[in-house]
Ligand binder design. Structure first.
Ligand SMILES: O=P(O)(O)OC[C@H]1O[C@](O)(CO)[C@@H](O)[C@@H]1O
Length: 568
């Protein structure tokens, strides 16, 4: 395919379009009866079992998707990514989050230089620093051990670390290592988030980690200044050196902020924000909480999937298969959304993290060459752990709109509970739902079945389930640091595969800029109005009215305030 030609013009794309008609004649109820088909639609790697037999697809569909992958040169694009080529062309950058978890002796080049030694230099520095903090060798300004950490950051500098932290919190080995320690995340610029984060914390025993790739993000920098004030107003300005460290690619700005460069942990422009959890962005706060050796297991899990992604043939390649099936669902079957449904409370922050990884990566309107696309890219991701979601939005998924679902289950619970005289143990109860829901979606329930159950005629249509609703099941052996790393890498690479097929740049995010610059204009106006009483100018009628109302109704806000921090 010539670089400016659209993937939708290829024969493979057209073939899949035509194939939809065939698939529309099938029902999952029947497809599931074909054991050979179902057997071929299971894939296993490193303890993880994926069952995609409940996708609205046949083996023929898969072959057609492999042809599409060939037309889109997916294999070549994967290799180019691992080779450090500047596949993020609009920012002229390599995309090398795989280097963040590569073994020490690996060679991965960006711009002709092996980046793995730099990665390990920072990892070693994190190991050393986190061990000193955890052991009490590094103490706060008043000589007390720093047992609590507030990580200040937003977007990719927040969601990945939050996901991993939440997943590790209840894991036996990790929770033992975290005994007596707290890790909190301050993301939102809303002062309420500051209040929530500092409530119950003592500045004397708190370490603040400012996490920002650019070190210019407005929300993070205001929150960082707020936390600096919280520390220095309690302990004096000299305490900042002992109580604040930073993670950034912009070490110059870190220093200007007043953080000792020795206490700055670097990463690189070839790490996208939403792909940065395996850099110091995640590794530093998580190592402070759990110790480096736990976090190293997480990196190893991700690395194992990286190798699989690079080397496994497409028929057995989990991220490739899942990525192609997502393209099938979005671009051909016309399902715009995807539900991420982990049957594990520990994975409650998976969906929010994947929302950014997927939607910031693939929510694009032009091809990588800048050509407007005649097809939609990306999907609307949302999710909640089961069984909570079942009592919330599953009604729509069963009888309303068709939403392809990812069911994620774990064989061994992190926290098993057995009660004498119960029919099943608590985790089996949870997993009963994990196994039942995909079949309920796939098979549904027919009016004939309901009539046999003597359901009153006027209720039959209400109680009918059309079925034929696709899902896939991911079964993890357990949920330890290693498995969490595997799961993360599967989703990251799946998103990349989707972007490779759609021929977009999954690694830039220009769509977040416009709102930011308009907020700058509003910020200037609020300042001018509060300080100098200037009237609201330069906005449309609607925005002017809203801002004016806001200012008038909050006229009691002091125009030249002295510092006020939350006090709850
Ligand atoms: O780490 P930074 O530079 O503060 O950026 C935070 C986030 O802001 C974004 O640039 C846009 O929301 C994300 O891509 C990024 O993860």
């Amino acid at each position: 395919m010539a670089s400016s030609a659209l993937i939708s013009d290829t024969e493979s794309w057209k073939d899949l379009r035509a194939h939809v008609e065939e698939i529309n004649k099938t029902h999952l109820r029947d497809l599931m009866n074909n054991t050979n088909r179902c057997q071929s639609m299971m894939v296993e790697f490193d303890g993880i079992l994926i069952d995609y037999s409940r996708q609205r697809a046949t083996l023929d569909t898969l072959n057609k998707l492999f042809s599409l992958a060939e037309a889109a040169r997916v294999k070549e694009k994967i290799i180019r990514m691992f080779n450090g080529e500047h596949i993020n062309s609009t920012e002229n950058r390599s995309v090398l989050h795989v280097a963040l978890r590569a073994p020490r002796d690996a060679v991965i080049n960006s711009d002709g230089k092996n980046v793995v030694p730099e990665v390990w230099h920072v990892l070693d520095k994190i190991r050393d620093f986190s061990e000193r903090v955890r052991s009490g060798a590094w103490v706060g300004a008043t000589g007390k051990t720093l047992k609590d950490v507030v990580a200040v950051g937003i977007g990719g500098s927040f969601l990945g670390p939050l996901f991993v932290h939440t997943a590790l919190q209840t894991e036996a080995e990790a929770s033992e290592c975290a005994r007596g320690r707290q890790l909190r995340f301050l993301a939102n610029v809303d002062p309420i988030d500051v209040a929530r984060n500092i409530t119950g914390l003592n500045p004397e025993t708190t370490l603040v980690v400012v996490v920002s790739k650019t070190f210019t993000t407005a929300e993070t920098m205001l929150n960082a200044r707020t936390m600096r004030e919280w520390i220095s107003s309690a302990l004096g300005p000299q305490a900042v050196a002992k109580h604040m460290v930073a993670v950034s690619t912009n070490l110059k700005l870190v220093e200007q902020f007043g953080i000792d460069p020795n206490n700055a942990f670097a990463f690189w422009d070839w790490v996208g924000g939403r792909y940065s959890v395996c850099s110091a962005v995640g590794v530093l706060p998580l190592s402070l909480q759990y110790g480096f050796s736990i976090v190293e297991k997480f990196l190893k899990g991700a690395s194992s999937v990286d190798q699989h992604f690079l080397s496994a043939p497409f028929e057995k390649n989990i991220p490739v298969l899942l990525g192609l099936l997502s393209v099938w669902n979005v671009s051909f079957l016309g399902y715009p959304a995807r539900a991420i449904l982990p049957y594990s409370q520990a994975l409650e922050k998976l969906a929010p993290h994947i929302q950014q990884v997927s939607m910031e990566s693939n929510g694009k309107g032009v091809s990588i060459d800048g050509v407007p696309l005649p097809y939609q890219t990306g999907e609307i991701d949302f999710g909640e752990p089961g069984t909570n979601g079942q009592h919330s939005f599953y009604q729509l998924i069963h009888q309303g709109r068709v939403i392809p679902c990812d069911f994620i289950g774990v064989v061994k619970s992190q926290q098993p509970i057995y009660l004498k005289d119960e029919v099943v143990n608590n985790h089996d109860e949870l997993m009963s739902n994990f196994f039942a829901q995909p079949d309920a979606l796939a098979y549904g329930k027919t009016p004939e079945q309901l009539q046999k159950e003597n359901i009153p005629e006027d209720l039959v249509s209400h109680k009918t389930f059309s079925g034929n609703r696709p899902s896939l099941s991911i079964l993890l052996p357990s949920l330890n640091a290693y498995n969490i790393g595997q799961l993360l890498a599967i989703y990251e690479h799946r998103v990349a595969v989707q972007g490779f097929v759609w021929c977009i740049n999954s690694f830039d995010q220009w769509g977040v800029e416009l709102g930011k610059s308009l907020a700058t204009q509003v910020r200037k106006q609020l300042h001018a109005s509060r300080k100098k009483g200037e009237s609201v100018e330069g906005f449309n009628f609607s925005t002017k009215t809203l801002i004016t109302r806001y200012l008038e109704a909050s006229a009691d806000v002091p125009s030249d305030p002295s510092t006020l921090l939350p006090n709850i």
